[in-house]
Design a binder for this molecule. Sequence first.
Ligand code: ADP
Ligand code: MG
Length: 731
Amino acid sequence: MSTLRFKAVEEALKRVPVDVVTPGKMPSEYFGKYVFNRTQMSKYLSKETMEIVLEAIDSGTTLNRGIADHVAAGMKMWAVEMGATHYTHWFQPLTEGTAEKHDSFIDYADDQRNNIIERFSGKLLAQQEPDASSFPSGGIRNTFEARGYTAWDPSSPAFIIDDTLCIPTVFISYTGEALDYKTPLLKALNAVDKAAVDVCKLFYPDVKKVYSFLGWEQEYFLVDKSLYYARPDLILTERTLMGHESAKNQQLEDHYFGSIPPRVASFMQEVEYEAYKYGIPLKTCHNEVAPNQFELAPIYGETNLAVDQNLLIMSLMHRIADKHNFKLLLHEKPFAGVNGSGKHNNWSLCTDTGIGLFTPGKSPHDNLLFVTFLVNTLLAVYKHNALLKASIMSANNAHRLGANEAPPAIISVFLGKQISAVLDKIENSSEDDEISVDELKMMKLGVAHIPEVLIDNTDRNRTSPFAFTGNRFEFRAVGSSANCSSAMTALNSVVAAQLVEFKKELDKKTEKGMKLETAIFETLRHYIKESKAIRFEGNGYSEEWKKEAGKRGLDCETSVPLIYDAYTTPQSIEVFESLGVLSEKELHARNEVKWETYTKKIQIEGRVLGDLCMNHIIPVATEYQTMLLDNIYKMKSVFDEEKFEKLSKEDAAIIEEIADHITAINRNVYEMVEARKVANKIEDAREKAIAYHDTVETYFSKIRYHVDKLELIVDNRMWTLPKYRELLFIS
Ligand code: ADP
Ligand code: MG
C-alpha cells in the first residue's frame, strides 16, 4: 500500500485555517509602511534632495554621486530604524523572478579597524557588482568578463523585507548590454512617453508627459503542502506531468461562484495585509474558474512600479502560502483538463494632465484624440502580432496557448460593437466627407444614467487575447508566472514606433497645406483599412478561427522556439533599435537565453517523466498485475476447469491490458531518452530547442496517455501519486 500519499491526504484533511494577525488599523494607516516612498522620503531627506530626486524620477535624468550620498544616508537611517541590518540590490534577471545579493551595512569605523559601524554610501546605493556569471546572458558576458552591474532605479522605491533593505535596480553587463527585464522596459516607457507626447501636443499643447499604466490580474493555484510534496513532478517542474482527470472538475462552474474556502480566505487576508504594507493597492481577491484556482488584482499604476509590485507580490505569496501550509503554483498550466493561469495585463496611456488616451472623450476633440490612439494601437498590434506573441511565449505558457485543449496562440484584437461601428464609419467615409467626431456620442447609447463602463462590461469577449475594455486594452495572453516587463516592453515599443510613424505622416500632409483634422482622418482611414485583419469579434477558441486567422495572414506559429524568431526579424530590430530600447546584439542574445531556457525546461520535464514512469508507475502497475496473477493461480487450484475459465476471464483481460500499457510506456520512455541524446549533441541553441520541441516533447502526451489509463485500472490503495481529485479539491 502507498503510505506517503495517504499520509499526505490525512494531513491535508486535518488542517485548519492559520490565524492571521490583523494590523488592527485601517489600511490607510499602515499602507506603504515598508516602502521608502514619497512620505518617508520627505521625512528623511532634505527638501532640496527630495526635489532633485522627484525631478529625476519624472524626467528620467540621472542623479549625481552627491545626491546619491544624501539619499543613501536618509534611506539608511529609515532602514535602520525599521530594523534592517542588510541591504541588497534587487534585480530582474532573464530567469523570471528576482535576484538579490545581500550585504551587511557593517563597516570599520576607522583605519585602525577597531570599531564597527553601519555604513551605506551613495556609491553602494547607486551601483553594485554582483558576480553575475550564473545568470543567463546569451553569450554577452563570457566567463572572462563575469562582472555585471546593478544600478539603482530611483523611479521604483526601495523597500524592506525582514532585515534587508531592497533597492530596485537594473542589471547590465560590463559592456553596457541589458541582462535583465527592467532596462529595456524603462527605455520602452521612455520611448512611448516621447512619441505619445508628440502626438498629444497636436491636440493639447500643454501635455508634457504620457504615462503607461499597468493593472495586472494574477491567477494562481494553491495546493496543500503535504500533497504537493508527494508529487515529484510538481516539486521539480511545477506542473503535473501525469494524472487522470478527476471525474468532476470545473464542469459545474461551482468554484467560481462559490465561497472562498476558509484556509484560502485566511491566506488571502494575510496577502492583503502584507501587500498594503508594501504599498501594493490590492483591490480584488476571488476564486477563479478551476478548482483551487484564485486571482488577485491591484488598482492599476505606473507600469515600471506595477511590474516591480507584481514581482514582489509573487514572492510574498510564496512565503505566505507556505505559512498557511499551501504551495503556490504560478505555472501557466499545472493541471491538464482545467483552466490554466494567466496574468491579464490591463494597459493604458494617460497624460500628465489627466487625459486617458483610451478613454472615449466627452467632446469631439477628445474623441478624435481617443480614436487616434486606438487606431494607432490597432495598427501596431497588427504589424507586430508575431512579436507580441513572442513576448508572452514560454515553455509553460505554450500549454495555455497553442497546445492541445488550449486556445490558439494567435494575437487578435477585440473592440466591441460600439467601437467597431465607429471605426467602420470612419473607414467608409470618403475623403471629402465632413465626418464629424460627434458620431462617437453613440457610444453612450443615449442612456446617460448608465455609466459607460457598465455598457462596456456587458460587451465583453473573454476569448480575445487582446481586448479593448472601455478605457484600456487587456493583454490576456500574458502568462501567470511571467515578468510583465517582457509583454510591456514589446507593447509599449511597437505603439511608440507606430506613433512616431503617424506623426511623420501627419507632418508630411500638413506641410503640404492639409488641415490637421483632415490629415488625421485621412491617415486613420488608411490605418483602419490596413489593420483590418487583426480585428476579430468571434470566439477566439474555435477551430474556425485558426483557419480564418491563417487566411488573414496572422502569425499562427505554434512551435515555441520558432515563435521567438519574431524578435530578430528586420522589422522588429528596426523598432527596438530606432527607439533605443534594445540593440540587435541584445535581441540575439536574449533569444539565445529563451531557447536555452526552453530546452532546459523540456529536458527537466522529460527526465522527471521518465523517472516517475520507472520508479512509480511501472512498479505499482506490475505489483497490481502480480496480485491479479496470484488470484488467478489460486482460483485454478480451487475451481474446476469450467468455473475457473469463467471466473478468471476479467482478471486475465486486465493483466493483458496492464502489460500493453507497460510495454507502451517502456517503449516511449526509451525513445524519448534516445531523442534527448540526439538533441543534446546539437550545439546551436535554436536548433537544439527546435529538436526538443519537435522530438522530445512529442513523447510527453503519448506516455501520459498510458500512465493515466493505468491510474484508472490499478488498485487505488497502491497508487503512490496524489490524484487530481485530491490535489484540486482539498483546501
Ligand atoms: P476583470 O477581471 O473584469 O478583467 P478586474 O477588475 O479584475 O477586471 O481587473 C481589472 C484591472 O484593470 C485592475 O487591475 C484595474 O486596476 C485595471 N485597470 C482599470 N482601469 C485601467 C486603466 N485605465 N489602465 C490600466 N489598468 C486599468
Ligand atoms: Mg481581466
